[in-house]
Structure formats: structure tokens, C-alpha cells
Write a protein that binds this ligand. Structure first.
Ligand SMILES: [Zn+2]
Length: 389
């Protein structure tokens, strides 16, 4: 079975809330079984509607804020305004479930281990197999979300503004109150757009088949697993672990559960390193993202892993590896646990670059088939670069 045949089967919508997610997991498991590759399945509580539930809650809170501003209840308005960023930070930055835990299903990570005797290190390769559809792609949503801090601050200042209007009384006070109501309405319009992007998949819109994000990455790691099983990768003293995660598109839930179960608090006799894969095998050169994070905290990619991968890519392709600034992906979970990590992918340039994901534009037509074996060869080269040290 060729890599493109595998990818063609994978490249269909498989969002976390759908049955296609479990179907994809069983397809991956079936392939591994057919190649006689042992694997384990880690089940975890998956909150597939996390973004939609948080988005609707934040929208309800801004609606409440508007009502409180209209009614000139300044202190409750401050509390309602504070609740919005607190909820977003607790869910998305601190990764603590609150309202998103309203709806839970079972998610599955698929874990393949190739241990070696007397290992000097563990190399973990990670790729998510879920997909996502949003109204806005990666680039457009960044443009929308960049105003979040501004609106959070504005919302909190509305209470004091109402109080000021009350103190002024009469005509000037009415103008200040009018400004407060206008700004509260604007905030609500803005939050409607955010909520629409968070939860818009509930409407029947064209779905992303997640070919490049992240079918190609899963395919590359399946190809790597097959080569290792066939003894075509000289692993030296590197144990290799391959993790296929669910829940990446809902704030890295699968990776977080993998890290919680197998890394945090689990003493390893050897250092662990993680290579996370995103957006493989579109056009352009291999790149790595310099930083990973969600809102506040961004952590640096491990430069020595990136350099090692860059050398491997140059050997395979004859071209240098490029960079992108930052991303939000499974690497966040590994970095938070102190594992040196790098996320690698393809630039997509010339072409759509980082645009067009989470939409029907991410289809099999976007994949550059020749990049798939190149990616596998690069990862093999990366593993072999450690030699017998
Ligand atoms: Zn992705």
C-alpha cells in the first residue's frame, strides 16, 4: 500500500465530535495490525465541543454585560466582564476543564513503541489524526483573535465608565452612559464573531478533509513505522515512540493526556525528545515553528532538535529548512512538561502557505505526493543521525 493510498483513505472530515474520529483510529490500528506492528490505545475523556461551549458561554457573558451596563449596575458589570477572560484563560491557557466538561466522549491516542536495549534516549514522534472546520482559516482567525486582549480590557473598563456616568448625572452623564452602551454592544458583536468561529461547525458548511492538516503527518509516521518494522531504520541507541493523538484541534487534549499519563511524574532513565508534525507534504520546504503557545505563554522550540532535523532535511532534499514564527499545536503539551520539542511541517510556499486550513481548501489536491517519501526519509535520517551514541 502506497503512502498516497493511505492518505486518500485518511483525508476525509474526522472532527472530534464525529463518529469518523473513532473510525479513523480503527483504520490506523488496522493498518498497524496488518503490518504486524504492536500498539497500545490510550483512552481518555475527550471534550469535543470545547470551543463551541466556551464560545457560547463567553457570548452569554457579554450579553449579560450589555444588560448590566444598560441597567447601570456597574459592579456586577465588572464581575461579568472579568469572567470572560478568566474562563478563556482557565480553559485554553491553563488547560483546566470547566464549562467544556458539559459534553464528554471517549478519545483515543494510538501509541507505537520501538524500544532498544540500553537506550540513550527516547525520540517521540507525534501527529494528530483529528481534523477541524472553522469559518476562518489559521491566518484569518489570528487577525480576529488579536483583538481579544483589547476587548477584554474594554469590557472591564465599562463598569467604571457606567459609575462615572452616574456620578456626573444629568446630560453629560447620559452621554457617558450612551458611550458605555455603545461599547458594550460592540463587544457583543465582536464576541459573536469569535463564538461563530469557535462553534460554527454546527452549521452545515463545507468541511475540511484535513488532508494536509494533518493527514499527511499521520501518513508520514505510518510510513516511518512500517520502515522501522521492516528493519530499514538504524535506530542505534534511540528508542522511538510514535503517538497518534486525537483532540489536538480542541486544545491538544490527546497530547495533554499522553503527557499526563506517560511523561509527567514518570521517571525515565533516558532523556526524552519530541518531534511534532503539522502540515506535512504541502508544497515548499520543510520548516519548523520557532515558538508554541496559545494566548500568553509561548515556549521556544528546541534549537538543537531543529538543527538536527534541518541537517536531515538538507541531506534528503538538498535545500535548507525554513522557519515560521509560532503555532498552537500538540507541542504545547510536551513543552509544558519540559520535554525538548520541535514542530516541523512544510511552508506551502510558493502557494497558499499557512492559509486555507480548517476549510474545504485543505483537500487532497493540496498535497504534493513526492513530499511524503521525502518526509519519511528525513525522519529516518534524523533518527540515524544519532549513530550509536
Ligand atoms: Zn493540525
Amino acid at each position: 500500500m502506497t503512502l498516497m493510498e493511505i492518505l486518500t483513505r485518511l483525508a476525509r472530515p474526522r472532527p472530534n465530535h464525529s463518529d469518523a474520529l473513532a473510525d479513523t483510529a480503527s483504520y490506523i490500528g488496522g493498518l498497524l495490525r496488518s503490518w504486524d506492528i504492536p500498539f497500545i490505545v490510550q483512552q481518555f475523556p475527550l471534550r469535543p465541543h470545547m470551543h463551541a461551549i466556551v464560545g457560547i458561554t463567553c457570548l452569554a457573558l457579554t450579553a449579560l454585560l450589555l444588560v448590566l451596563v444598560v441597567k447601570r449596575k456597574w459592579l456586577p458589570a465588572v464581575i461579568a466582564a472579568l469572567a470572560v477572560p478568566v474562563l478563556m484563560l482557565v480553559e485554553f491557557e491553563l488547560l483546566v476543564p470547566t464549562v467544556s466538561a458539559l459534553f464528554v466522549k471517549t478519545g483515543e491516542n494510538i501509541i507505537v513503541r520501538f524500544p532498544v536495549e540500553g537506550a540513550a534516549r527516547e525520540l517521540i514522534f507525534c501527529a494528530h489524526y483529528d481534523s477541524k472546520t472553522e469559518f476562518l482559516d489559521h491566518l484569518q482567525r489570528t487577525r480576529l483573535y488579536q483583538f481579544l486582549p483589547l476587548f477584554f480590557l474594554l469590557g472591564i473598563l465599562l463598569g467604571p465608565l457606567v459609575l462615572w456616568g452616574k456620578r456626573l448625572g444629568t446630560s453629560r452623564g447620559r452621554i457617558v452612559q450612551g458611550v458605555a452602551v455603545t461599547l458594550a454592544s460592540l463587544y457583543m458583536v465582536y464576541m459573536s464573531l469569535v463564538a461563530l468561529n469557535f462553534g460554527g461547525y454546527v452549521f452545515p458548511i463545507g468541511e475540511s478533509s484535513g488532508a494536509v492538516d494533518n493527514g499527511t503527518a499521520v501518513t508520514s509516521l505510518l510510513g516511518l513505522a512500517r520502515e522501522m518494522r521492516e528493519g530499514r531504520v538504524a535506530r542505534g541507541r534511540s528508542s522511538v515512540t510514535i503517538v497518534f493523538t486525537a483532540g489536538e484541534e480542541v486544545n491538544f487534549q490527546g497530547a495533554i493526556h499522553y503527557v499526563d499519563r506517560y511523561i509527567r511524574g514518570v521517571r525515565s532513565p533516558v532523556p526524552r525528545y519530541c518531534v511534532n508534525l503539522e502540515l506535512m507534504a504541502q508544497g515548499g520546504d520543510m520548516i519548523y515553528w520557532k515558538r508554541s503557545g496559545v494566548f500568553l505563554r509561548f515556549r521556544d522550540a528546541d534549537r538543537s532538535l531543529a538543527a538536527r532535523m534541518g541537517d536531515a532535511w538538507r541531506t534528503v532534499s538538498g535545500r535548507p529548512m525554513g522557519t515560521e514564527d509560532h503555532s498552537a499545536d500538540d507541542s504545547v503539551a510536551f513543552m509544558a512538561a519540559g520535554v525538548p520539542t520541535v514542530t516541523v511541517g512544510f511552508s506551502g510556499r510558493p502557494g497558499p502557505g499557512m492559509g486555507g486550513f480548517h476549510s474545504p481548501a485543505d483537500s487532497i489536491g493540496r498535497v504534493k505526493a513526492a513530499q511524503l517519501p521525502q518526509a519519511v526519509a528525513t525522519f529516518r535520517r534524523f533518527i540515524e543521525s544519532y549513530g550509536n551514541r
